[in-house]
Design a binder for this molecule. Structure first.
Ligand SMILES: [Ca+2]
Ligand SMILES: [Ca+2]
Ligand SMILES: [Ca+2]
Ligand SMILES: [Ca+2]
Length: 251
């Protein structure tokens, strides 16, 4: 849902004059956070959000109750340009962590409250991380981090630095999501390059001929209880794929 909102926000921003696009002047940080991969809302009652910089810092902003201004409440270094941040339950304790990747291939799982390490990959463990998502791939109640890293599908345990799986096949995807897209009560890993992979057994179930675009999302657009793959085609048209029938529903 988030990314569809993102598309709407982007369209809204295009329609606004240039000055309104400067996020520092926007009263509410939502639009900034929505259209940045390296930003996440932390607490909407305080307009608190985190974003990562090209200089390798994570910065938490929070609205000051007295002045109403956004100000820095915490920051830390991750020593390389921040690529992506997700707020997600990664450790199995029902509290959300920040999962952060850098353009140097680092992966961090951080306490969302104080930005301290839960764990991180050692320097050079991966060279590139294209994209990632967080979810319970095998249904054991413990979350995993699912990545396209060094052109492989890699599954890391969420709670500690343990690699559970690395594919032998290469994958070039730049966007990834996980959900049950065909209604068989097993999750699939969906890649924007068109592959639909069984999350538990990591076999490719099917491959859609056309990629789903640079960004895609999974949600139940027709209310039948099964999520559709909602992507953007090569000329910008919205593409809606039915996972159980493995075909384009609307385009
Ligand atoms: Ca947690
Ligand atoms: Ca699991
Ligand atoms: Ca399924
Ligand atoms: Ca549906």
């Amino acid at each position: 849902m988030k990314r569809i909102l993102l598309i709407i926000v982007l369209l809204a921003l295009i329609a606004l004059p240039a000055t309104a696009q400067r996020w520092v002047n926007i009263s509410y940080p939502w639009s900034f956070v929505e259209h940045h991969k390296a930003a996440e809302m932390l607490d909407d009652t305080k307009d608190s959000f985190v974003y990562g910089t090209e200089r390798g810092n994570l910065i938490v902003m929070e609205r000051d109750r007295m002045t109403g201004r956004l100000q820095v409440s915490k920051q830390r270094e991750v020593w390389a340009p921040v690529k992506e941040i997700h707020l997600a339950e990664a450790t199995g304790d029902t509290r959300n962590e920040l999962v952060v990747t850098t353009r140097r291939g680092d992966l961090f799982v951080l306490e969302s409250g104080n930005l301290t390490d839960v764990w991180r990959t050692p320097e050079g463990y991966f060279t590139t991380i294209n994209c990632f998502t967080v979810g319970d791939t095998d249904g054991d109640g413990q979350p995993e981090i699912i990545l396209i890293a060094d052109d492989k599908l890699v599954i890391m345990a969420g709670g500690e630095q343990t690699e559970l799986y690395r594919s032998s096949e290469e994958f070039k995807a730049t966007d990834i999501a996980m959900a049950d897209v065909d209604g068989d009560e097993q999750d699939e890993i969906v890649l924007n390059t068109g592959e639909i992979i069984d999350a538990k057994f990591r076999q490719i179930e099917w491959v859609h001929d056309d990629p789903f675009g640079e960004i895609f999302d999974l949600f139940d657009i027709d209310g039948d209880g099964i999520v559709e793959i909602v992507g953007v085609g090569p000329s910008g048209e919205v593409l809606i794929l039915d996972g159980d029938e493995q075909r384009v529903k609307w385009e």
